[in-house]
Design a protein around this ligand. Sequence first.
Ligand SMILES: [Zn+2]
Length: 461
Amino acid sequence: MLNITFHGAAETVTGSKYLLETEDARVLIDCGLFQGLKELRQRNWNDLPFAEQSVNAVVLTHAHIDHIGYLPRFVKSGFRGPIYGTPATTELAEILLFDSAGNQEADAEYMNRKGVTKHHPALPLYDAQDVAHTLKLLSAVEHGKWFNPAGSIWCRYHNAGHLLGSAMIEVEVRQGAKPLRVLFSGDVGRYGAPLYHDPAPPPACDYLICESTYGDRDHGDQNILDQLCDVVQGAIRRGGVMVTASFAVGRAQQLIYLLRVLEKAGRIPQLPIYLDSPMAASATLIFNKYHDEHDMSEDRSISAEDALKAPNVHVVRDVQSSKRINSVQGPAVIIASNGMMTGGRILHHLKQRLPDPRNTVVLGGYMAPGTRGRDMQEGRDRIRIYGQDVPVRAARASISAISGHAGRSELLRWLKDLPAPKRTFLTHGELPSSNALADTLRVDRGWDVVIPKMGAEFPLV
Ligand SMILES: [Zn+2]
C-alpha cells in the first residue's frame, strides 16, 4: 500500500507538504509555510489532520520558506524524527528559519502593541527556541545517494537548479517484487541561468508530483544581463535610487554578481550597492563553501565572494547602519529582503523611496497574491506599510529573467524525455497556471494529469 495526501501547495504556491504513507512508514515531503493572503496564512495556525508524532521523517527539497518554514511549528507540536536535506539545504535552513522566527515574533509583538488581535497576548507561530530544537533534527545527505528515511521508503536527491542545494526527490517504495517510483520535482530551476546549473533530467517514475508555478507563462527571451543593464541605466537617468526587494538567499548573491559583470564589461558605471541584510551576508558564505554547486558562467573571473568584497558593495548588518541608508542619494542600488515585500528591512526602504518619482523599484520573481509585491506588480498606486498609505510615485521596473523558476517552456523541456508516468499531480501553482500546464500534458502527451485539492488523498498502485 502507498498513499499520498496533499496538505499544502494544492491549488496554490505556498505551504508545500505531501504525506507519503505505506504500511510501515509515514514520510512528509517538505514542510512549508503558507504565505500571502490572510486566509492562507491562517492555515499555518490550524491543526494538521494527522499527528505530528506519527510521522517518521521529513525529507526536504530545498530551503525556501514555503518548503521548510512550518518545520519549527511541526517540531513544537511533537515531531521528533529526522529531517533530511542536501548539505547546502541544511545550512541555508538554519539562516532562513531563524529569520522566519524573527518575523513571527515581530508580527506577534506588532499585534500586541497595536492591540489588533483577539488573542491576549498574541503569540508567534514559533520562536528561535523552536528553531534551535528543529536544527538538531536536520540530517544532510549528498545528491545522488540512496537513503532510507523510514520503513520501505527510500529516497535519492537530484539537482533541481533552483536554489543552492535544491533538489528533486526520487522515491522508491521497496515493497513487493517491483519498487514503486514516485518523483517530487520540488521547484524546478531554469536552463542557462547565470547562477545555478541546469536542472538534472527527471528519472523515470510511476507517479510524478510536479510544480507548476509558471505553467501558463514564460519569462521572455531577453537575456538577464541585457534586462538588468536596461533597468540600471533607466534608474541612473531618473537620478534616484534603485530599490530591489530580494530573497536574501540566492537572489541577492545573483544580483550583485550580475551587477559586477556589467560593471566589468563597462556597460554600467560602478555604483554604490547596499546589501541591507545580515541574512544575505551569512548566506553568501554558504555560497562560497558550496562553489561546485553553482555556476557563475557569465564571467568566471568573478566569484560570489569577490563580488561581495568589491569596494562599492556595502554589506549592512546592524539596524543603525541600515537607517543611515535613508540619506543615500542616487544613483545607488539598495538590495533588501524580503522578496515579496511582506516584511523585513525592504519595508523601511519602500516607505522612504516610493513617494519620490526619481527612484526605481525593481520587481522580479514570483509574488504571491495578497503580498505587497503582487500589489506592486499589478500597478497599485498606493501601498500600505506600517499602517500608512504610501503613494507609489517611483518607477517600477521588472527583471523577469531573474526568476528562479522554470517558465512554461522550460518545464515542458524538463519533462520532454520523461516516459509517461501512470499519473501526474500538478501542485505549487495558482489554478490558471496548473490548468494550462495540465491541458498541454493531456493534449500533447496524452498524460493522466490531476490537480489535487487541499487535503486530497490518492492511492498509488
Ligand atoms: Zn523555491
